[in-house]
Design a protein around this ligand. Sequence first.
Ligand SMILES: [Zn+2]
Ligand SMILES: [Zn+2]
Length: 118
Amino acid sequence: MTLALTPNVKSRPCAICANPLDRVPKAARINICLRCAFVTNVIQKTAAGAVAQAVKTGRMPRARERLCVDCARPASDYDHREYSKPLAVEPVCRRCNLRRGPALDLYALARSRLHRVS
Ligand SMILES: [Zn+2]
Ligand SMILES: [Zn+2]
């Protein structure tokens, strides 16, 4: 049996590298390709690791000890607005973190990394 691609599904470009998306277009939320998803994941993990290290060494209080800067409820996470500044974070609750979305420079950082490896 051959896998027939539905011809009327228009392939969208990756929001980072502009290559056609290699993932199931049904998942409307997905707008980046697997390769870029890997790169953004590394960037996010690296930034989160820097914050975790700062908390561990006592340079920063834990997010749970602070209040969400957006709604003043207890915070659950530190949110990055710029991953290029890994320690410039704000405490936010889960809901506000989701609403904020990814850091502003995530796609730009990922793009610059792609250029470096290719
Ligand atoms: Zn891509
Ligand atoms: Zn909040």
